[in-house]
Design a protein. Structure first.
Length: 396
């Protein structure tokens, strides 16, 4: 019996097995009333007075503190807002100034492309000898030379679910005198984390995957408390100013984590996210992780026995795997479309990966067994081999 199964709290279509929470989490049933309240009572009833009377301007810190509680950050070390790409840029730009004599940004060649693009775009603006060095994940530690300024890594790989040993890697980076930034997009809300114990300088993440904040919900950035006064934001928005409503034309950064704020907070989306985070308030993340491993291992073992056409791409060891199981097949896209057509939803990543997010809050053993049986049927009868499933859509 899964002790943390809470599917009744989510708005998931009847009969659907939803295995895509690692891409977009489902909404809580309470979200509709929250958004209606913000739109009708606060925005509609108060209009611009809502900024003061409904604490809209404080939302990024309120939400940031809730996220900090989930991932082991100090109060006042995380602020929410903007997008993950923007927060990654901010973290990188601040981090490189901590070791200005070093010129390498080191990252995993299989990192999420946006992280790499952001790093390369930043380097292009520096007019210096900075370089983005991309290596295999297995070569990260051996690539820690004395010219490495910052290491930018995603804790759990978006395609395979492969997971770095976050503490061991952070310690090695620090022994090299370098700074580390962790992208927690695929681990926040799924993996037990303790940023204080990890001692990383920066972390960023999105909130629409395992945190269920909704499509396009705000990202977050963590800055280790001892660095908040030392860091200086390069991407400077008016809400990062120490006194934004003084409207001075010279930037003076806030003395708090608010220095990493940029633009006006998306109030409705932030209210939804704030409510979504409440589901984690009394959750034991170690039990969540334990259930995730049980379900993932069951999935892997059953596929291995019944779906020999699929190649496991995720690590077999649970300690090296996030809350995701991935397989490859030359016709992976069509196979996933056939699954979705049977009300079992995962997703596809080019060139040939089918991904399944394992979220014990609304996935149980029966769902895994049913998924594998349907998958076996699709493969054994080649039910995926139809024009409708082979025609690739814009979003995969």
């Amino acid at each position: 019996m899964n002790p943390i199964y809470r599917k009744s709290l989510f708005n998931i279509p009847p009969g659907m097995i939803y295995l895509d929470g690692n891409s977009l989490g489902p909404p809580l049933k309470e979200i509709e009333s929250i958004s209606e309240s913000v739109i009708v009572k606060e925005w509609g009833g108060k209009l611009i007075k809502g900024w003061n009377e409904s604490n809209w301007m404080e939302q990024p810190l309120i939400v940031g503190n809730k996220i900090a509680n989930l991932i082991g950050g100090d109060k006042g070390s995380i602020v929410a807002g903007d997008t993950l790409s923007i927060k990654t840029y901010q973290a990188l730009a601040a981090a490189i100034k901590l070791n200005p004599q070093r010129n390498i940004i080191l990252t995993d060649i299989d990192n999420f492309p946006s992280d790499i693009y952001i790093a390369e775009g930043l380097v292009d603006t520096l007019n210096s000898n900075f370089e983005v060095r991309k290596v295999k994940s297995t070569d990260i530690l051996s690539s820690l030379t004395k010219d490495v300024n910052v290491v930018l890594l995603t804790h759990v790989n978006y395609k395979t679910g492969a997971m770095f040993d976050i503490e061991a890697v952070t310690n090695s980076v620090h022994e090299n005198g370098s700074t580390i930034i962790w992208d927690l997009a695929h681990s926040a809300g799924a993996i037990p984390l303790d940023l204080k114990a990890i001692n990383c300088e920066f972390a960023v993440g999105c909130t629409y995957k395992f945190l269920n904040g909704g499509p396009g919900s705000p990202a977050f950035i963590y800055v280790r408390p001892d660095l908040i006064k030392k860091c200086y934001p390069i991407l400077r928005g008016w809400l990062g100013h120490k006194a934004p409503f003084d409207f001075t034309n010279t930037f003076e950064k806030s003395a708090s984590i608010e220095m990493m704020r940029v633009g006006t907070p998306p109030v409705i989306q932030m209210a939804i996210l704030e409510k979504a985070l409440d589901i984690f308030r009394d959750l034991d993340f170690y039990k969540l992780r334990e259930e995730s491993i049980k379900l993932s291992d069951l999935f892997i073992n059953m596929v291995e026995q019944t779906c020999s056409d699929l190649q496991l791409e995720s690590p077999i060891k649970p300690s090296e795997r996030g809350s995701q199981v991935s397989f490859s097949h030359p016709s992976g896209y069509a196979i996933m479309q056939a699954l979705i057509d049977r009300n079992i939803v995962g997703d596809f990543r080019a060139p040939d990966i089918i991904r399944f997010g394992i979220t014990p809050l609304y996935i149980n053993e029966k769902d895994i067994i049913r998924t594998v049986k349907v998958l076996e049927d699709i493969l054994s009868k080649r039910l995926w081999d139809t024009p409708a499933y082979l025609n690739r859509k814009k979003v995969t």
